[in-house]
Design a protein around this ligand. Sequence first.
Ligand code: UD2
Ligand code: MN
Length: 363
Amino acid sequence: MDDVFVSRGSVIRVCLYAVIFLLFLELSLNFSVHRKTYKMVSSSRRILTTLEDVSRFSLIVNFSDPCGWMQNATIRDLQKIRDRGCKPVRVCSSSPSELVGSLATYKEAPSYKEMIKIYPLVRPGGLYTPPDCIARERVAIIIPFRDREEHLRILLHNLHPMLQRQQLHYGIYVVEQENGTQFNRAMLMNIGYAESIKLYNYTCFVFHDVDLIPENDRIMYDCRDSPRHLSSAVDKFKYKLPYPQLFGGVTAIKRAHFEKVNGHSNKFFGWGGEDDDMFRRLVNNGFKISRYQASLSRYKMIKHLHDAGNKANKRRHHLIKTGKGRYRRDGINNLHYKKLGIEYQYLHTRILVSINETKVMTS
Ligand code: UD2
Ligand code: MN
């Protein structure tokens, strides 16, 4: 009887040890899973200089996508796509049924670590291909950037779900200017164009201020027959267009059109004028600028002060006035910068660049 009692006691003790052991195992496994995620996130923030480096950090940036795109696909094209083993056999709609219209915008954003879980279909580098249909074109979203990390997180949190509903094949490129120099928004956008087409054959560019949050997902981030000014109703301007020639904020331009006008001017250092110059460039090259109706073009601008490295450009009026004579030699065909690094993060690709003002102004 005694013997039985002792053995029952030891069975209970063994069970207890087993439970403690299992608990410990569970905890440590959990920890290592989290640690691994964290490690991957932090390594993805490292500056990577070449595409090959990416594989070292287990961030596979896969730009090739035989199923991803087909412009004006015919029935025969679709058949060919199916023969290649691709599932989707229909072209994405230009106004998908998933769109909801007016949006409750996010004014805050979770950490990147959390956002990666929220947007699992976004591939490293901030790339996305619609899974159920063939996108009509390849869109590079270009964001000129410096020292607005929180704005960027909020923008990505708002853009990714919207662009996915729009069924676009897209990539998000953040072009960051190094500190200590006057900011040059237009040149950063030219660099975004030049660097993104080295990575993938984009056909459409959406140039996007980091602090503008769309309020309606029916404002399609694609390119149509004429260059588009998307952000024509901004809360900061009481949702009214301040003047008809405004071309700042968010714009969408076909690659061929952007190349026809030689991109933006590189000469606008500091705040202001670069957008007006681009408007004139397009109009003087025979383009009509189009806009969506005001109810779709609504944006919230995240509140901000003016940045120390982006002082009002005193030369802007002179540069605009004399711009016409420079279109052919000041733009994407005359782009001098130093690429300091490229990082493939989970929700965007970041390109860090250095711009030498004296060299740009004299070239
Ligand atoms: C207006 C225009 C903007 C541009 C600017 C004049 C609208 C809605 N916006 O913006 O497109 O023409 O006037 O240059 O018409 N940035 C940084 N870090 C900086 C400075 C600027 O990331 O230190 C980037 C960022 O993407 C920002 C954009 O440049 O959204 C424009 O700068 P801003 O927001 O300071 O200027 P804002 O609001 O007057
Ligand atoms: Mn702003």
